[in-house]
Design a protein around this ligand. Structure first.
Ligand code: DGL
Length: 269
């Protein structure tokens, strides 16, 4: 009984960790497409093909439910995969909706018309592909009116994290926050719209200042997954949990161990 968690690399571990804490009885099969990371600088077609292949792999390994713990994949591939039709008994879900529901003070699955919400100025930090897709703004517009979103494409941050170069990652975060603040000097809230970024949450909060509420996806996605599994207990799937990568298992495992501060061993996908 494993739920599949997919990311281009290490970022989805921030979602996995929250999900494991929230649902200790559930097994998770993590899949990092490290050989092709970062996704955020690829074309939508490329991201769709890579995501589709990885999700089919997880379905074939017995994960009936796969979470795209990657905003870039959710933006470029989720809708298209759902439109082309998923195999019977399988599901794939993304990470945008739980975050936007939290930001717009909605309960899960509340489909009422868009309305005014508390927060008016939102900074969105995401990969170049996610920013270019405008998927976040689209999902937000279904739920809220009068929210000004300023998006900052954070080139280089995912590469630095995947390389384990946290000094570079932190310097890049500071320069992207500065660039955002030149466009929107006083955001009320900031969205970490890439699952890698919570690994640099302190740097974001520090650069933004204590008055800005920073939203990350881990806990929000974990809570919405718990709710989903309660309503669909048959989606727990078959097979064992573990960690798979298309990259070098030893290297990916040692970076994951460094980030999660517990021993993580990856197998070749
Ligand atoms: N963690 C992915 C996301 O949430 C990063 C994508 C990348 O590989 O650039 O967007």
């Amino acid at each position: 009984m494993a739920v599949g968690i997919f990311d281009s690399g290490l970022g989805g571990l921030t979602v996995l960790e929250a999900a494991q804490k929230r649902l200790p009885e559930v097994e998770f099969l993590y899949y990092a497409d490290s050989a092709h990371a970062p996704y955020g600088v690829r074309t939508p077609e490329d991201i769709f093909q890579l995501t589709r292949a990885a999700v089919h792999d997880l379905w074939n390994r017995g994960c009936d439910l796969v979470i795209l713990a990657c905003n870039t994949a959710s933006a470029a591939a989720l809708r298209r995969m759902q439109e082309e039709g998923v195999p019977p008994g399988k599901r794939v879900l993304g990470v945008f909706v739980p975050l936007i529901e939290a930001l717009t003070e909605r309960q899960w699955g509340d489909n009422s018309p868009p309305r005014e919400v508390e927060v008016k100025n939102v900074a969105l930090f995401a990969t170049p592909a996610t920013v270019a897709s405008r998927a976040f703004q689209r999902e937000l517009a279904f739920r809220a009116i009068g929210v000004d979103v300023e998006a900052q494409a954070c080139g280089g941050v995912v590469d630095a994290i995947e390389e384990g170069d946290l000094i570079l990652a932190e310097a890049l975060v500071r320069s992207h926050v500065d660039a955002l603040k030149r466009k929107m000097p006083s955001p009320q809230a900031a969205i970490l719209g890439c699952t890698h970024y919570p690994l640099m949450a302190e740097a974001f909060q520090d650069a933004l200042g204590p008055e800005v509420t920073v939203y990350s996806q881990g806990d929000l996605v974990a809570a919405s997954l718990a709710d989903y599994l309660q309503r669909h207990p048959n989606m727990l799937g078959a097979g064992k949990g573990g960690y798979l990568t298309t990259g070098k298992p030893a290297t990916v495992g040692s970076r994951a161990t460094q980030f999660l501060r517990r021993k993580i061993e990856f197998q070749a996908a």
